[in-house]
Design a binder for this molecule. Structure first.
Ligand SMILES: Cc1ncc(COP(=O)(O)O)c(C=O)c1O
Length: 466
């Protein structure tokens, strides 16, 4: 056996014994070279062997990570292919049914797109709430600034350095979560009958809100890795009045648009005077080396309304979000005053304090590590237990997987069967207004990994095989 093969075998044993676990970062090439007294080249060869055996995966600029050997066995779904002349799906109350058991702790909640509460820094947030009640005049019982809490806006503006943003405090408006920001954007920029282009599949809240406001939804082909292709938007540009993208880790696909595509998209939409609502609430939950930039980073004309919230990273129940509405700031402010005045004073201030302490980055780093490891565990379990022909996404951020079964399966019906076993899944057709994705489902891997969870996924697989 050559030196590099020996080294690879050594590491493989460490992985088998669990000394190096799924999701763990492999020691750096330089460290291994020093520790084992071998050349850098030998280590690189050994890591390439491990990669070819699917024991580890390389992530650009981040290094090598332990993965389950089976990761490569399951294919990734292809880009979606929504119809240009769709027949709308009949509303049979599926979304309401799935969310009826939203807070039931007896059920394994694979249907949600939110991390389990154990992922959130609850004790620290409590301290921040307490501090907020002490520092705010009248304990936070009063209205706050209409534009939003100053401490919150200051820190969100500061935090935008992570994506090379240069937001000022006055560029931001606080909202009651990201969906509130999107509602305000819809109200400010659209009228009934306007045509809105979105990803397909996409978060059902966006689709239902657009429908509710009388907008005509244009669903765009979306790739599970790279999201929407600017060329597909270009092809239909004359039909589009406004565009909404979840550019970083779209829910449910997990896609993240490459930077070049984001730039091209901003340029294309800007050229045609089409505003872009960018929903970036998953952008901080990335597994790669850096936070992916949002489209907003390339917006010179103020045509991108960048929206975010702490719902996926800290506290969905606080209802704290924000937007940087670019040149639409005044319109948004006017609407906010009419619709919700200033938002919740106490929770905005508490999040402002949390961000100010610098704990956010530490918290995110821990959460990302757990989530990435979980994603690998889920993909491994799906590969082990689900029927042949299953495809699954490989998100590099967020906490949901998009699973595509063989055509003919109906995950809407399967939902009832799974629920009877105490497991809730999100059927694929919730994420479209068209008649598609019947054989798909979204699974949340933001739950603490355990043998019990592995067993639940096994049960799901057994039911799907029946
Ligand atoms: C894409 C997307 N937008 C918005 C929301 C809701 O965000 P918020 O709670 O901040 O309103 C969700 C929640 O799942 C989501 O996935």
């Amino acid at each position: 056996m050559t030196l590099y093969q020996e080294l690879a075998t050594n590491f493989e044993r460490l992985i088998q014994k669990g000394s190096l676990k799924v999701g763990d970062k492999m020691p750096s090439i330089r460290t291994v070279s020093k520790e084992y007294g071998v050349s850098i080249n030998t280590v690189i060869q050994a890591y390439l062997v491990l990669e070819s055996r699917s024991c580890i995966v390389s992530r650009p600029q981040a290094g090598f990570f332990v993965c389950e050997k089976v990761d490569l066995r399951l294919p990734v779904p292809q880009a979606s292919n929504p119809s240009n002349n769709p027949k709308e799906q009949a509303d049979d109350g599926l979304i309401g049914k799935v969310f009826r058991n939203f807070v039931n702790k007896e059920i394994t909640q694979l249907s949600l797109s939110v991390p389990d509460e154990s992922f959130f820094p609850v004790a620290r947030l409590n301290k921040c709430l307490h501090k907020a009640s002490q520092t705010l005049s009248s304990g936070g019982t009063g209205y706050d600034d209409i534009q939003g809490n100053f401490l919150l806006r200051k820190n969100v503006a500061k935090w935008s350095f992570t994506w090379a943003g240069n937001l000022g405090i006055d560029d931001l408006v606080s909202t009651s979560g990201a969906m509130h920001a999107i509602s305000l954007a819809f109200m400010a920029l659209t009228k009934p009958g306007d045509r809105i282009a979105v990803e397909s599949p996409v978060y059902f809240g966006i689709l239902q809100l657009a429908k509710n406001m009388g907008l005509k939804v244009i669903e765009l082909p979306t790739h599970p890795v790279t999201g929407v292709d600017p060329d597909d938007v270009k092809a239909r540009i004359g039909e589009i009045d406004i565009c909404l993208l979840v550019s970083n880790f779209n829910n449910p696909l997990g896609s993240c648009m490459p930077e070049e595509n984001k730039k091209a998209m901003v340029k294309l939409l800007g050229k045609h005077g089409i505003p872009l609502i960018e929903n970036d609430l998953y952008g901080d939950v990335y597994f790669g080396p850096n936070r992916p930039k949002p489209c907003k980073a390339f917006d010179e004309e103020g045509m991108v309304l960048w929206c975010g919230s702490v719902s996926k990273t800290l506290a969905p129940g606080y209802r704290v979000g924000w937007m940087a509405p670019g040149k639409y700031l005044k319109d948004i402010l006017k609407l906010k005053l009419f619709h919700s005045v200033s938002g919740t004073t106490l929770t905005q201030e508490a999040i402002g304090h949390f961000l100010e302490t610098g704990r956010y980055e530490k918290h995110l780093a821990q959460m990302r590590k757990k989530l990435y490891a979980n994603s690998l565990q889920f993909i491994r379990a799906i590969s082990d237990y689900f029927p042949q022909g299953t495809k699954v996404s490989r998100p590099l951020g967020g906490f949901v997987l998009w699973v595509e079964l063989e055509k003919g399966k109906d995950t809407g019906k399967f939902f009832d069967q799974a629920l009877s076993q105490g497991i809730s899944i999100a059927p694929g057709r919730m994420f479209t207004l068209q008649n598609q994705f019947y054989h798909c489902m979204r699974l949340n891997y933001g739950l603490p990994w355990s043998d019990g969870l592995d067993l639940q996924l096994k049960r799901l697989g057994q039911m799907l095989k029946q």
